[in-house]
Design a protein around this ligand. Structure first.
Ligand code: NAD
Length: 284
C-alpha cells in the first residue's frame, strides 16, 4: 500500500500552518459543494479557500460540519469583498461570513483586493488586526495588493500580513511580487495556479516533462508551485482531478525542468485577472 499523502505546510508568522496544496472553490455551485468538499477531505486536502464573493460559504460550512475530519485539522480561508472596505464595514462583512460559515473561529481572513481608488485598505486592515486580537480569526492576510499598498498597510499599522494571495502560474509567474513578499517575509499563495486550465496545458514542454514523470501537465504545474515555495489552491469539481492534483505531491522536478517551466512566463500579458494597481484587465 502506498502511504497516504499529506501536504507539506508553510508556517505563517502567527503560527498558523497553511497546507501548501489546498482547494479553491470559486465558481463551485452550492449544489456541488458537499460532494467536492467530502471528496477533497477524503483525498487529504486540509485547506479550503472560499470568499464572500463566491456565494458558497454556507454550503462550505455545512460540508465541514458533516465531515469526520476534525475541525481543527482544516484551514478555512474567506475574504472581505471590495464593497465592504472600511473599519466598520469590514467587521460587519466578517460577522456575516462567520454567520454563513457557522464557525466559531476562522482560520484565515484575507482582504480580497486592495482597491486603491477607494483608499480604505488601511482601515480594512485595522479591522482584521482587531479581529485577530479578539481571537475571532487565527491568521490575517491580503490578496491582490500591489507593492505600494502592501508596504503602506505595514508601515501604517506595524502589522505584516501573514500571507499574500496573488494570481500566479507559469504564464504569469510574478517573480517581482514574490521577491517583494520574500523581502517582507510574507509567504506567497497562488490563485489560478493552473492558469484556469486551457492553454497552459497545451504547452509542449509541460507534456514532455509530464511524460518523464508518468504524470499530467496539471501535476507538473502543481509540483512547480510547491518547489518554488508557493501555496497553491487549484479548483476542480471532479473527484478524479482532485485526486490527480493532490498526487502532484509525489512529483519532484529537476532544476532543468523547473527552468523550462520558468521560461513559460509571459509577464503581464500572462495575467488572466485584474491588475491590483488599476483594477483593470489587459486591454481594458
Ligand atoms: P485554477 O487555475 O485553479 O483553474 C481551475 C480550472 O482548471 C478548473 O475549472 C478546471 O477546469 C481546470 N482543472 C483543474 N484541475 C485540472 C486537471 N487536473 N486537469 C485539467 N484541468 C484541470 O483557477 P481558479 O479556480 O480561478 O483559481 C483557483 C482558486 O483560487 C479559486 O477557486 C479561488 O479559491 C482562488 N481565487 C482567488 C482569487 C482572488 O482574487 N484572491 C481570484 C481567483 C481565484
Amino acid at each position: 500500500m502506498t502511504e497516504p499523502l499529506v501536504s507539506p505546510v508553510v508556517t505563517l508568522r502567527d503560527g498558523l500552518e497553511l497546507p501548501q496544496l489546498g482547494l479553491g472553490v470559486y465558481k463551485v455551485d452550492n449544489a456541488d459543494i458537499p460532494g467536492v468538499i467530502s471528496a477533497a477531505l477524503d483525498i487529504g486536502y486540509r485547506l479550503i479557500d472560499t470568499a464572500a464573493l463566491y456565494g458558497n460559504e454556507e454550503s462550505v460550512g455545512q460540508a465541514l460540519r458533516e465531515s469526520d475530519v476534525q475541525r481543527e485539522d482544516i484551514v478555512v480561508t474567506t475574504k472581505i469583498w471590495n464593497d465592504d472596505h472600511g473599519y466598520d464595514a469590514a467587521r460587519r462583512a466578517f460577522d456575516a461570513s462567520m454567520d454563513r460559515l457557522g464557525l466559531d473561529v476562522l482560520d484565515l481572513c484575507l482582504i480580497h483586493w486592495a482597491v486603491p481608488e477607494q483608499g480604505l485598505y488601511v482601515d480594512t486592515w485595522r479591522a482584521l488586526i482587531d479581529l485577530q486580537e479578539e481571537g475571532r480569526v487565527r491568521s490575517i492576510g491580503v490578496s491582490n495588493f500591489a507593492e505600494p499598498e502592501l508596504r503602506e498597510i505595514i508601515d501604517a499599522t506595524g502589522v505584516t500580513p501573514s500571507v499574500h494571495q496573488i494570481e500566479l502560474h507559469p504564464f504569469f509567474n510574478q517573480a517581482r511580487m514574490r521577491e517583494v513578499n520574500r523581502e517582507l517575509i510574507i509567504p506567497t499563495e497562488a490563485w489560478a495556479p493552473l492558469a484556469r486550465g486551457g492553454e497552459l496545458f497545451t504547452q509542449a514542454d509541460l507534456h514532455q516533462i509530464a511524460a518523464m514523470h508518468d504524470a499530467t501537465p496539471a501535476q507538473v504545474v502543481l509540483a512547480w508551485h510547491r518547489q518554488i515555495g508557493t501555496i497553491a489552491i487549484p479548483k476542480s469539481v471532479s473527484p478524479e482531478r482532485l485526486r490527480e492534483n493532490f498526487e502532484s505531491l509525489r512529483i519532484e522536478l529537476t532544476d532543468a525542468q523547473m527552468d523550462l517551466i520558468n521560461e513559460l512566463d509571459r509577464g503581464i500579458a500572462g495575467r488572466t485577472g485584474m491588475d491590483p494597481a488599476t483594477m483593470r484587465r489587459i486591454g481594458e
